[in-house]
Design a protein around this ligand. Structure first.
Ligand code: ADP
Ligand code: MG
Length: 680
């Protein structure tokens, strides 16, 4: 870091500032207030409204330490209009002295806080105060309140930032005309105003962050994010990748053997992938499609292209159950075409694993598995395409590892967690995005029922009814996120209860603590129809496909996330049968729980559910381990600021194309050392 960009502070303080992410002058400039206090005027004690923070100026009449009801420091102060008690429950001896000195020298105090009217008249508890000179001027601007940490006082931070504002480089990096035409003020004006708003700036616009100065900051922040992601994307494109050209014979054979034709969306996305794979740089594509939209076959067709071109494809899924299901399905599809499909999972015995690793390294054409695919010892001979299913379940590091396995393969990432458009544009700006926005025909819509726990008997009867007509059911246990042990116990309890309640039916159980082969055996029995009701934890949440299952019961539905409920519900309605999802909830429901269940009850479109979920809960859940990018968005709100996201995206493209040097400067201002976070 160059000397003039560094913050000048004693080492102990510098360390504390670093904890706040404040290492450079630019960081201080962009460390914006949480809120403001108005010290630009003085209010008379008698005129202060209760509950509203005010500044009063008063003389100290009397200072005492009282012991009832507990030890506290009390100062009586007065102005021309009335008297006020200041109470401090935690105080230092020095504070008592300071107040006494003010009393003895008739120094006035400026006191900031909320007045309330207690038993003994007007009082303020723990107000902020300081002695002032007789003619000391009032603040000219609102007083900023910054996020801070122990050992760095507001006052210190204020002074430091104020000084830095005078010294730092606040140069404009955007075109002034462009800014004007989008009602965005200059950067220097924006930060100056936000750190020290002059009187007259409407406080609500500051608080709600709707003021143009805030808009400018949010835009700049989003622009930095877009620039960073786009730059990473471009950098990866500079690297060569195998050109996977083929005549499409394998794909045609696969299609001819399928019992169904592709939907329009599948054809469109298939063509996008085919074109990407034939390029000499790596595909970086996210395939989004709601549960049941048919992503697997699209991925299989892409794999065919890679294989026909003489390369290998890898297909990684987040759970054993799902990976194995993919393996079985892909083998059914591809083995008849003469393709060698291999299976690699962490649960394989050592010898079998080594054999599989060898196969992956040599003859296998498609390798399906869990994250075992990316572990030591797996070396693909000629990996051309890496497919990651349910990609949000994987960490950044795991996805990177697969990318590094062998050359520089094309990458296809798939996700059934629909991500609202603005979020996708923001977090996945370094990926191309394809969307399967059409479900295969012939699906009967799933009926969703909300049932209170008191009516459990009816649900049990419903399960019996479904099984009587030859269908199967899932019964999802209550989610206990805090404790794996409790979660296991709940699953065992639920299994025991249901076995009793439905003693004429065949009940199975899968949960996360089972060994992989036990899980697989339970799933296989369910697929084969040897189990009527499968009691399960959320291990079945992603991807599992058993078309004969037409009833999904979820206990304590109010504990699940919306996307989780949507995923779980998507496990039924996969065949031609009428399907029902019963959400059992525990009364009484909180207001948010009610609102969330209403969303899932009223909507079947995953994108709409995701949008409403985002409104209810914020972006965290959607982006999973992408959250490493979250620290970047301190100010912008993807839902509220959707327009700015779009604007920033366009500006990022333009800057990178026309003025990369300016793009760099913008990134440096915003990210400094933080940029590494976004490289993944
Ligand atoms: P997801 O997108 O959730 O991964 P899958 O790939 O598991 O969906 O597909 C769900 C089910 O729909 C599977 O049984 C699959 O074989 C079937 N399927 C996929 N595409 C079609 C289609 N075009 N017509 C009919 N069924 C299809
Ligand atoms: Mg899937």
């Amino acid at each position: 870091m160059s000397a003039e960009s560094e913050i000048k502070a004693p080492p102990a303080i510098a360390a504390k500032l670093a904890k706040l992410g404040l290492a450079r002058r630019d960081d201080l400039i962009l460390h914006l207030p949480l809120r403001y206090e108005d010290e630009t005027c003085v209010t008379l004690i008698d005129e202060a409204l209760p509950g509203v923070p005010v500044q009063v100026e008063a003389e100290v009449l009397d200072v005492s330490v009282q012991y009832r009801p507990r030890r506290q420091l009390v100062a009586r102060v007065a102005d021309a209009s009335g008297e006020l008690s200041l109470r401090f429950l935690n105080f230092y001896g020095s504070q008592t002295k300071q107040l006494e000195t003010a009393r003895d020298n008739a120094r006035r105090l400026r006191i900031f806080g909320e007045i309330r009217h207690g038993f003994l008249g007007a009082e303020m508890v723990h107000p902020r105060y300081r002695p002032v000179l007789a003619d000391e001027a009032l603040a000219q601007s609102l007083t900023p309140v910054y996020p801070t940490t122990a050992g760095v006082s507001q006052n210190f931070l204020r002074k430091l930032i104020d000084k830095t504002l005078g010294e730092a480089n606040l140069a404009e990096l955007l075109d002034a005309n462009w800014c004007a035409s989008h009602a965005l003020p200059a950067f220097s004006d924006a930060v100056t105003l936000l750190h020290a708003p002059p009187p007259g700036v409407p406080e609500s616009a500051l608080q709600l962050r709707t003021h143009p100065a805030w808009q400018r900051i949010k835009f700049d922040e989003l622009l930095a994010q877009q620039l960073s992601l786009r730059r990473a994307y471009n950098a990866r494109r500079q690297k060569g990748a195998p050109v996977l050209k083929s005549a499409g014979q394998l794909a045609q054979q696969l299609l001819a053997a399928l019992p169904f034709g592709l939907t329009g969306a599948q054809q469109r996305v298939g063509a996008e992938l085919a074109a990407d794979l034939a390029q000499p740089f790596p595909m970086q594509r996210l395939l989004q499609g709601d549960v049941g939209s048919g992503k697997t076959i699209v991925a299989a067709l892409a794999a065919c292209q890679a294989i026909e071109a003489g390369y290998q494809a890898a297909f990684m899924a987040p759970t054993e159950i799902l990976a194995e299901q993919h393996y079985l399905k892909l083998r059914t599809w591809l083995a008849p075409l003469g393709i060698e499909v291999a299976w690699l999972s962490g649960s394989l015995k050592k010898a079998a694993k080594q054999a599989m690793q060898l196969q992956a390294a040599t003859t296998a054409q498609l390798v399906v598995g869990t994250h075992a695919l990316i572990q030591e010892g797996v070396d693909f001979a000629r990996l051309g395409l890496a497919i990651v299913d349910e990609q949000h379940r994987f960490g950044v590091a795991q996805r990177l590892a697969l990318r590094r396995k062998g050359g520089n393969p094309h990458q296809l990432m798939m996700s059934a967690t629909p991500i609202p458009r603005t979020l996708a544009m923001s977090y996945y700006a370094d990926l191309d995005v394809s969307v399967l926005d059409e479900l295969p025909p012939g699906r009967t819509p799933i009926k969703t029922k909300l049932v209170s726990d008191a009516r459990r008997d009816e649900v049990i009867a419903g399960v019996r009814g479904a099984v009587a007509t030859g269908r199967q059911a899932y019964w999802v246990c209550p989610l206990i996120e805090e404790s794996e042990k409790l979660q296991l116990q709940t699953a065992l309890d639920t299994f025991a209860t249901l076995t009793e309640e439905l003693d004429d039916l065949r009940i199975g159980l899968v949960h996360g603590r089972l060994k992989a082969d036990e899980k697989a055996a339970a799933m296989a029995a369910f697929v084969a129809g040897e189990i009527d009701v499968l009691v399960a934890t959320t291990v079945i949440e992603v991807g599992v496909d058993v078309p004969n299952a037409s009833l999904m019961v979820i206990e304590h539905a109010e504990r699940f996330g919306l996307s989780q409920l949507h995923q779980l519900r998507g496990r039924v309605g996969r065949g031609a049968h009428d399907s029902v999802c019963v959400l059992i909830f525990q009364t009484p429901l909180s207001q948010t729980a009610r609102a969330r269940l209403k969303v899932i009850y009223e909507n079947t479109d995953g994108f709409e559910i995701a949008r409403q979920d985002l409104q209810l809960r914020g972006p965290g859940e959607f982006v999973g381990s992408r959250q490493s990018g979250v620290p970047l968005l301190r100010y912008a709100d993807l839902e509220v600021d959707a327009d700015l996201v779009e604007l920033a995206r366009r500006m990022a493209e333009q800057l990178l194309r026309d003025d990369p040097e300016r793009a760099e400067r913008h990134l440096a201002r915003w990210l400094g050392s933080r940029e590494e976070l976004l490289k993944a």
